[in-house]
Design a protein around this ligand. Structure first.
Ligand code: GTP
Ligand code: MG
Length: 378
């Protein structure tokens, strides 16, 4: 299997990690509409996405949004996603996004689950290798807490301690690999109610930003402190994964004396409600930007030096390439050379080069597409 660009998601149970991944995929497909490049999913990913879309369709048809209808993630799952040029030469840029049950972030809960104990080390390894740390944030928890007891519950409900611990480990490795990209993407979700730009009438975008700045200040401090030798690109992107589901009522049931939980009651808006994903494509845009920037940032000499250390042979495709290997392999044309050596077809080489250009153009198009107005670089 070829080396993919890795992305890790970090957030507590029920924050919306899995839903977000589906939204990213459909929004990216929209951004790439009209280009000869498409978003290809492996079978397991496609089936997960299909199941989720069907559930949502069913809910829309029934006219009722049940926040508990979608079962939580039960095990570690890799989303294998490829930006793929049309045609049969098989040129592609592969990404691997890791999803897992948010409950696993809590070390105490991990010890209770055999699956977690078995799979968590692999999750951790993936997180460390990731060029992007994607951090979904429950905007409803942030925004609806008003009494002192509710505010006291917020850090725990956001899983801040565990999220910070993961961010620290991720940043440590990023600092050891200063030439690779490092993107921290803070993504408030369930924020339809607070915005006026996607069918809603909320005017609290400023407060969402302020709350995220405040509650995730420590995450940013940790990341900065760990990344002494490099820059981390921090992006703030409030995302609507549905766009047609709005918070009606916030409930704060008492789990035990002094400890509150949060339960949001949501309802569809619009008749009939139509899904309107917003700003989710930012994730793929930022990923592609990171890849292009880091490639452009290197001098030709560096690339040449790097390339000579790679064997341009068949095994290369199967070997561990690491980030730089992957980048020169996919965008530098090595995937083509390699393939060419096997097939020795001039026609195919010519066709392949054209497709490589298309792929590069599509990546550039993604990057050049206007960024959503909600998005900010911090
Ligand atoms: N209103 C609203 N609801 C959302 C949004 N994103 C997710 N949800 C709902 O939040 C619930 C949890 O979503 P999931 O994507 O399963 O959450 P998760 O983080 O993957 O949860 P675990 O797998 O348990 O870690 C589901 O009922 C979703 O429908 C959003 O942007 N707006
Ligand atoms: Mg999940």
């Amino acid at each position: 299997m070829s080396e993919a660009f890795k992305v890790a998601v970090v957030g507590p149970s029920r924050v919306g990690k899995t839903t977000l991944l589906t939204a990213i995929l459909s929004d990216t497909a929209d951004l790439l509409a009209g280009t000869p490049v498409n978003v290809a999913l492996d079978e397991a990913t496609a089936s997960r996405v299909r199941r989720q879309k069907n559930q949502l369709r069913g809910a829309i048809a029934a006219g009722e949004f049940d926040a508990a209808a979608l079962g939580g993630t039960q095990s570690m799952s890799s989303y294998e996603i490829k930006l793929q040029a049309d045609g049969d030469v098989g040129l592609e840029i592969p990404f691997r996004i890791l999803d897992y049950p948010g409950g696993w972030l809590d070390p105490d809960r991990r010890t209770e689950s055999p699956a977690a104990q078995e799979q968590w080390p692999r999750c951790e390894a993936h997180i460390k290798d990731s060029i992007m740390l994607l951090m979904p944030i429950d905007a409803a928890v942030l925004m609806e807490a008003s009494t002192p007891a509710q505010r006291a519950a917020v850090p725990d409900l956001l899983g801040l301690t565990d999220v910070e611990a993961v961010a620290e480990r991720w940043a440590k490795t990023r600092n050891q690999r200063p030439a690779e990209p490092a993107v921290l993407l803070l993504a408030p979700l369930k924020c339809e109610k607070y915005f006026a730009d996607n069918g809603g009438a909320g005017h609290e975008a400023g407060r969402v930003r302020k709350e995220v700045r405040e509650k995730y200040k420590e995450v940013r401090r940790i990341v900065e402190a760990e990344c002494k030798d490099r820059l981390v690109h921090v992006v703030y992107a409030p995302i609507d994964t549905y766009g047609c589901v709005e918070l009606m009522e916030a409930e704060w049931p008492e789990l035990e004396p002094g400890r509150l939980d949060f339960r949001g009651h949501y309802r569809f808006r619009g008749r009939p409600p139509t899904i309107s994903v917003k700003a989710a494509g930012t994730v793929m845009q930022e990923l592609c930007r990171a890849i292009l920037d880091s490639q452009i940032g290197r001098t030709t000499k560096e690339i040449d030096a790097n390339l000579t250390t790679y064997t341009r042979l068949l095994e290369r495709r199967a070997g561990e390439k690491g980030f730089w290997g992957a980048i020169s392999y996919y965008l530098g044309g090595e995937a083509l050379d390699n393939r060419a050596q096997r097939q020795r077809s001039q026609r195919e080489i010519a066709q392949g080069h054209r497709q490589r250009e298309q792929l590069r153009e599509a990546v550039e198009k993604l990057v050049a597409a206007p960024t959503d107005d909600r998005v900010e670089v911090w």
